[in-house]
Design a protein around this ligand. Structure first.
Ligand code: SF4
Length: 332
């Protein structure tokens, strides 16, 4: 297969005391081998739930995958046993979280923590694992001997480098990075991203870059999927999304960017809030916030329209019949 990851029709629900939260709703997402896909959307759109589904790490019993398939390099991980998943995590797919401290143990040295991952997956003895761990630290730009230190002796950017070293220790085919630089200041952010780009090439990995930052997308991604209310509403190459933006929500994301020339320009937020995932609207999920919404949008879910083989959008505005009607109106 040429796909590192192929998610089809994924639906994930969370059961709370009185509601069912529809976190992910029929989501399709694929990543070609060696490419980076940006998954972009607001907080609560289902980005992290999607990532945790790929690792089969949804909080149980509240979070449940209701339907769909998730193929990692052609194999459906939804059929794997917990034991098999233990091997897959780290070796085939690993994840970097926003806050490095979620992955680091404060009372163990940094090299011990990396060595543990190596020992678990590569079946090396302790000494060899520690030596590997130091090599990994050097790969991410940290002198090997600093491996004897504890996480609190490192700065935020260094801690995130340690986490990246840990994630890469077993050369996974797919790296999922969930807002990996959000907690860092801008200069450090740029360094970490630059390093990740280099490592991706060096390890010939595929990457799922989860972010709400279109600047990061522009710098790191080959393809982009825009997620809204647990669905991909637009998907294309970096160029498609940046130069041929179609979906009103994607346009809203671009409009909300501060103007780069005029730093004083205010960020223009998209008015309104994402629909409550326990009570999704019947038609287009963006309808309550969309300036173009029609009666049809309130009632019917838009289907997928392709602009090119790579670029599609789910919006009634691009429905062939509506385009024809619009032309007639314009001509009249
Ligand atoms: Fe707006 Fe309608 Fe398109 Fe949804 S389908 S984004 S409501 S125009």
């Amino acid at each position: 297969t040429s796909l590192a990851l192929d998610i089809q029709n994924l639906t994930v629900e969370f059961h709370t005391m009185d509601d069912v939260v529809h976190a992910v709703n029929g989501l399709d997402l694929s990543i070609k081998k060696g490419q980076t896909l940006g998954l972009v959307g607001e907080t609560g759109a289902g980005k992290t739930t999607t990532a945790l589904s790929v690792l089969r790490l949804l909080a149980k019993p509240a979070g449940r995958i209701i339907s769909g398939s998730i193929l990692l390099d052609g194999e459906d991980i939804l059929n794997k046993t917990e034991q098999e998943m233990g091997k897959i995590r780290g070796q085939q797919v690993s994840m970097i979280f926003q806050d490095p401290m979620t992955s680091l143990n404060p009372v163990r040295t940094v090299e011990e923590q990396i060595a543990e991952v190596i020992q678990h997956h590569k079946k090396l003895d302790k000494k060899a694992s520690l030596a590997e761990a130091r090599k990994m630290l050097e790969t991410v730009g940290i002198p090997g001997e600093r491996g004897e230190e504890y996480p609190h002796q490192f700065s935020g950017g260094m801690k995130q480098r340690v986490v990246i070293a840990m994630a890469l220790a077993c050369s996974p085919q797919l790296l999922i990075a969930d807002e990996p630089t959000t907690a860092l200041d801008v200069t450090i952010q740029a360094q970490v991203l630059e390093m990740m780009r280099g490592l991706k090439k060096q390890y010939n990995m595929s990457m799922l870059m989860i972010t709400h930052d279109l600047g990061i997308v522009a710098e790191t991604c080959d393809e982009v999927a825009i997620i809204y209310a647990g669905q991909v509403v637009e998907r294309g190459t970096l160029e498609d999304i940046f130069l041929h933006t179609r979906h009103p929500y994607t346009k809203g994301l671009f409009d909300s960017l501060p103007n780069l020339e005029d730093r004083k320009a205010r960020l223009k937020p998209i008015p309104g809030l994402m629909p409550d995932p326990a009570h999704l609207p019947e038609g287009c999920p963006f309808a309550p916030r969309c300036a173009y919404a029609t009666e049809q949008c309130q009632k019917e879910k838009p289907c997928r329209t392709y602009r090119t083989a790579d670029h599609y959008v789910e919006c009634h505005l691009y429905n062939e019949q509506n385009i024809q009607e619009q032309r007639l109106v314009n001509e009249a």
